[in-house]
Design a protein around this ligand. Structure first.
Ligand code: ADP
Length: 462
C-alpha cells in the first residue's frame, strides 16, 4: 500500500479488502452448499421414482401388461420423466414429454444392481439429472432411466448468485463508508494531539497536550509526549540556569582582574607593587582557567563526548596514592588523614576516577578545622566496592544535602572563596559514567561522609 496514503485510508482499505475476501468466501461456500443440497433432494426424488418403476417391472407378468401399467402411472407424470429401452436400442416406454426427444443411452452402465446418477446436457433443453439402471424385464433386459430437468435448480441458483452479486458489493460499499467514518472518528484525537504538539515551541515548553481519554492508546501516546516535553523543559531550564551561572562565575573574576589592572595603571608604581599586582592577576587567571576546565568537562560530559575509556583500575593502589599525595596538604592544615581499610579489587573505570577522590579529600580538608581527622576506607561487598571519605568537619545541614551535587551549588558561598560549586557535580558525572553511585551523609558539627560505590570487575586473592 502506498506510503502516501493516510492512516485512515490505509485502515479503510485493509478493512475493505478483508471484508471483500470474507464476503467472496462466504458467497462461494453458500452457493456450493446450496447447489449440493438441491441436487441431493433431486437425487432423492429420482431414487424414489426409480423404485416405483422397478417395483412395476418386478410385478409384471408380460411385456404388454407392464407397458400398460407404466403408461397408466408414469406417462403423464408432472415432475419426472421416464425412458425404458431394450438392449437393442428400441425405446420400450417413455412419457409424453419425451415423445420428440430421446435420452442418450448410458455409455458406462455397470453390471451391478446399483443405480448410477449423472448430469447430461440435452440439446436445446438444458441439463438433466438422470438415474439409470439395467434390470431384467418380463422378456429380457431393460435399461431404465428416470430424469428431471435441472432448469428449476439452475434458476434458483442463478437468482441466489444475482443476490450475492448485488448485495455483496453494496454491503462492501456501506462497510467501507462506515469503516472510513469510524477511522476518522478514532483518529480525530490524533489530530488534536498533532496540533497541540506543533504549537509547543521552545518558548512554550510549559504547555502540555490535552488528554481527553488517558486510558486508551492515544491517551497513552499523549501522556508519553507530555512526559517527553516535561523532560525537555527540565533540561532546557537546567541548561539556561547553567549558562547563566557560568556567565556569572566568569564575570566576577574577570571584573576583579580588570579593576586590579585599572588601579595598577592609574599611578606609576614600584616594581614590587607591579609584582604584587601581577601575582594577584595570575591567581585570578588560574582560578578562571580551573573554572573553564570544569565547565568544559561538564559540557563534554553533557554532550556525551567524555565517555570514559574504561580500564581495570586497582582501587587499593589508587586510594593509597591519593591519600599519600594529599597528606602534605592535610598536614599543612593540621588535619590528620589515614587509610583505615583497603579492599583489594579491580574496578572498570576511567583514570578520571582519581579526580573524584582528590576532590572529595580536598573538600574534606577545606571543611575540617585544624586537629580534625579524615579517614578513607574501601570495603568490597558482593559485586561492589564502597569507598568512604569521612571527615570530622563542620558537616552539611540536612536542607543542603539533596542539592549538594547540583552544579554551582555552594552550601555557604561566603565560606568557600575558591570553588565555584562544580567539584561534586563533576564527581557525580565521573562516578555515574563508571556505572557507580555517589551520596553524602552528614551531621552538622560532627562531620561528613561521601560514599562512592563502584561495580567490581575482579577481586585480588591474597
Ligand atoms: P567547590 O568546587 O566549590 O568546592 P563542591 O561541589 O565540591 O564545590 O562542593 C559544593 C559545596 O559542598 C561546597 O560549597 C561545600 O561547602 C560543601 N562541601 C563539600 N564537601 C564538604 C565536606 N566534606 N564538608 C562540608 N561541606 C562540604
Amino acid at each position: 500500500m502506498s506510503k502516501r496514503l493516510s492512516i485512515r485510508w490505509k485502515l479503510t482499505l485493509w478493512y475493505g479488502s478483508v471484508l471483500a475476501v470474507v464476503l467472496a468466501a462466504f458467497g462461494t461456500i453458500v452457493f456450493v452448499m446450496m447447489r449440493h443440497h438441491l441436487l441431493q433432494r433431486i437425487d432423492q426424488g429420482l431414487h424414489e421414482e426409480l423404485s416405483d418403476v422397478l417395483s412395476e417391472i418386478k410385478r409384471a407378468r408380460s411385456p404388454e401388461g407392464l407397458k400398460e401399467w407404466l403408461q397408466r402411472r408414469f406417462a403423464e407424470h408432472a415432475g419426472f420423466d421416464f425412458q425404458i429401452t431394450r438392449e437393442n436400442g428400441e425405446r420400450y416406454f417413455f412419457n409424453s414429454r419425451l415423445a420428440d426427444q430421446a435420452w442418450p443411452l448410458p455409455t458406462r452402465l455397470s453390471e451391478s444392481h446399483l443405480p448410477s446418477f449423472e448430469t447430461i446436457p440435452i440439446r436445446s433443453k438444458g441439463a438433466w439429472r438422470i438415474v439409470e439402471i439395467r434390470v431384467q424385464g418380463p422378456d429380457g433386459p431393460l435399461m431404465v432411466q428416470v430424469g428431471r430437468s435441472l432448469a428449476a435448480l439452475e434458476h434458483e441458483l442463478s437468482e441466489l448468485l444475482m443476490t450475492f452479486l448485488i448485495a455483496g458489493p453494496l454491503t462492501l460499499l456501506v462497510a467501507i463508508c462506515g469503516g472510513y467514518f469510524l477511522a476518522c472518528q478514532v483518529l480525530q484525537p490524533m489530530q488534536v494531539i498533532t496540533r497541540s504538539a506543533k504549537s509547543i515551541s521552545a518558548d512554550r515548553l510549559s504547555e502540555r497536550i490535552d488528554i481527553a481519554n488517558p486510558d486508551d492508546e492515544l491517551g497513552e501516546l499523549a501522556q508519553t509526549l507530555n512526559q517527553m516535553i516535561e523532560r525537555l523543559e527540565r533540561s532546557f531550564t537546567e541548561m539556561q540556569r547553567f549558562t547563566a551561572d557560568a556567565a556569572h562565575e566568569l564575570r566576577t573574576p574577570l571584573a576583579i582582574i580588570r579593576s586590579e589592572a585599572e588601579i595598577a595603571l592609574r599611578l606609576p608604581r614600584s616594581s614590587d607593587e607591579y609584582c604584587d599586582v601581577l601575582g594577584n592577576l595570575l591567581e585570578d587567571t588560574n582560578r578562571l582557567s580551573t573554572l573553564a576546565d570544569e565547565l568544559l568537562f561538564l559540557s563534554r560530559y553533557d554532550a556525551g563526548v567524555s565517555v570514559p575509556g574504561c580500564e581495570a583500575v586497582e582501587i587499593h593502589a589508587l586510594l593509597l596514592d591519593v591519600v599519600n599525595n594529599m597528606k602534605p596538604v592535610a598536614h599543612g592544615k593540621e588535619v590528620s588523614i589515614s587509610l583505615i581499610e583497603n579492599a583489594e579489587c579491580h574496578v572498570t573505570a576511567d583514570r578520571q576516577i582519581l579526580r573524584v577522590f582528590y576532590n572529595l579529600i580536598d573538600n574534606a580538608i577545606k571543611n575540617t578545622e585544624p586537629a580534625g581527622r579524615i579517614t578513607v576506607s574501601s570495603r568490597a561487598i558482593k559485586n561492589e566496592v564502597t569507598i568512604r571519605v569521612s571527615d570530622s568537619g563542620c558537616g552539611i545541614a540536612a536542607e543542603h544535602l539533596p542539592r549538594i551535587f547540583d552544579r554551582f551549588y555552594r552550601v555557604d558561598p561566603s565560606r568557600t572563596t575558591t570553588g565555584a560549586g562544580l567539584g561534586l557535580a563533576i564527581c557525580q558525572c565521573i562516578v555515574r559514567s563508571c556505572g557507580g553511585t555517589i551520596r553524602a551523609e552528614s551531621i552538622v558539627g560532627q562531620g561528613t561522609s561521601f560514599i562512592v560505590s563502584l561495580p567490581i570487575t575482579s577481586r585480588i586473592s591474597t
